[in-house]
Design a protein around this ligand. Structure first.
Ligand code: NDP
Length: 477
């Protein structure tokens, strides 16, 4: 079997490899992917550092052409790359193709954005002096990504880093290297100079840690768990380096008595269970007022009965497998915790057998949960959702905000008054009214507050806040 190698200083290298296994069919090896070392990472950082002066001064048209070519090729290959994504991560094929299209759109957006780079010229408070405010690239950016969006998250970090003139060392999650390899291959062939984009696949504890320990990495953009995020933060402070963290969530969705029942059920089913509940924006706490509670639970349970859990590549599958055995164990452990804590298992909770061996779990709904239970406070990252009954809107809002996280927050209501109040008072980076808490646009800011995020927002023009450093220049006329 071919080994998909690391790209360091424009050369494909690496002889040791790790198997990439399909979670829908554990007999299938998706591919062999290089297992990089700390030495590889150091070489990649040195290559990115050497490439920075020329790339940071490269013309914006050169950058535009490369970003545009990448966006176009990803779109042209959306079915093939979507299938690769579905096979390595377990998202259903339509979800995986959707994510691939989004990656293409992100490259298209930053291909446009690079042509709109601008600064400000303003008068000084002193006579005969001009002031210019411009943005410089940071230098070498370390990119560390998680397994749950194998093509979109790499795209939303690589595209802006290149757009603003940075060079890159990129470490994807070891579980899902295939889409990352494909994006890097596309950008390499699109004409990126040697060393501008380096790919080092391998273990977080080896490759990721070597990035954290290097004084030559000027910025680290990280998406992943809170625990690893804290390590990134501590190491970055040590090196006085800029860093950006996108971490977990325990996103609430409030359902009020006046909600349209269909809208509420569709939004809850989507945000709680689609993509196997493995989205940082997934809604895992449904906070429901008394008047609609029983009707809502009955309708959501009926909806869950219709959802098909099966091989991600099979037509008709609504929910693919859990990504791997370790995550499956986490999910089933939390199901046991929920039962012991006294929540009522209203639906699911069982492992499923399908034609192909994989990590299949029924969508799982707990009712009679409280907001103090571990299943309501800790991120599970699987298709496990709790319903918390509350008296009224005020209690619902207080419960929604009573969490260490703050990524996305949703409400289902037909009341303009409550929707408006919720948008103003939800302690989250993103608020959704009558929509799933997951599912966002690619051209507007993405990120959260409290324990979910740290540093500037990602995506859209707000991405410049992280990938550049502001410079103020004074000139005597
Ligand atoms: P992890 O934190 O385990 O891994 C994230 C990345 O960090 C991986 O590439 C991992 O490598 C790497 N890593 C692990 N250890 C180190 C280390 N010591 N130094 C540097 N890098 C390291 O998260 P998961 O991959 O399990 O992703 C799931 C988590 O991501 C969930 O908590 C989820 O909420 C969060 N997430 C947040 C999003 C957001 O935008 N807020 C979006 C998507 C996910 P390796 O895989 O090789 O161990």
């Amino acid at each position: 079997m071919t080994i998909y190698q690391n790209l360091i200083a424009g050369e494909w290298i690496g002889a040791d490899a790790t198997k990439n296994i399909n979670p829908s069919d554990t007999n299938e090896v998706v591919g062999l992917y290089a297992d990089g070392s700390a030495e590889d990472t150091k070489n990649a950082i040195a290559a990115a550092k050497a490439a920075f002066p020329a790339w940071s001064r490269s013309g914006i048209w050169e950058r535009h052409v490369i970003l545009k070519k990448a966006g176009d090729e990803i779109m042209a290959r959306k079915d093939e790359l979507g299938a690769l994504l579905a096979r390595e991560e377990g998202k259903t094929l339509p979800e995986a193709i959707g994510e691939t299209i989004r990656a293409s759109q992100i490259f298209e957006f930053f291909a446009g954005e690079v042509l709109r780079l601008a600064g400000e010229t303003i008068p000084s408070v002193r006579p005969n002096i001009g002031v210019e405010i411009t943005r410089d690239p940071l230098g070498v950016i370390g990119i560390i990504t998680p397994w749950n969006f194998p093509i979109a998250i790499p795209a939303w970090k690589i595209a802006p880093a290149l757009c603003y003139g940075n060079t890159i060392v990129f470490k994807p999650a070891e579980l899902v290297p295939a889409c990352s390899w494909a994006i890097v291959d596309i950008l390499h062939r699109a004409g990126l100079p040697k060393g501008v984009l380096n790919l080092v696949m391998g273990k977080g504890s080896v490759v990721g840690q070597a990035m954290l320990d290097s004084p030559d990495v000027a910025g680290i953009t990280f998406t992943g768990s809170t625990g690893t995020g804290k390590r990134v933060a501590a190491a970055s402070l040590e090196h006085n380096r800029k860093f950006q963290l996108e971490m977990g969530g325990k996103n609430p969705m409030v359902v009020l008595d006046d909600a349209d029942l269909n809208v509420a059920v569709e939004a809850a089913a989507n945000s709680g269970f689609f993509s196997t509940g493995q989205r940082c924006t997934a809604s895992s706490r449904l906070i429901v007022t008394e008047g609609i509670h029983d009707k809502f639970v009955a309708a959501l349970t009926a909806k869950l009965e219709t959802l098909i859990v099966d091989n991600a590549m099979k037509s008709g599958t609504h929910i693919g497998p859990v990504v791997d055995e370790r995550q499956l164990k986490t999910d089933t452990d939390y199901i046991e915790i929920g039962k012991k804590e006294g929540a009522k298992l209203a639906f699911g909770g069982e492992l499923l057998k399908r034609d192909t061996p994989g990590f299949y779990l029924q969508p799982t709904l707990f009712t009679e949960a409280t907001n103090q239970m571990r299943i309501s406070r800790e991120e599970i990252f699987g298709p496990v959702v709790s319903v918390i009954r509350v008296k009224d809107y005020e209690e619902a809002l207080a419960t929604a905000n009573d969490t260490p996280f703050g990524l996305s927050s949703g409400i289902a209501t037909t009341s303009l008054k409550h929707a408006t109040h919720f948008k103003r008072n939800a302690e989250a980076g993103m608020v959704m009214v009558n929509l799933p808490t997951a599912g966002v646009d690619f051209h507007v800011p993405f990120g959260g507050r409290k324990g979910s995020s740290y540093g500037p927002r990602e995506q859209g023009k707000y991405a410049a806040e992280f990938y550049t450093s502001v410079k103020t220049s004074y000139t005597l006329a």
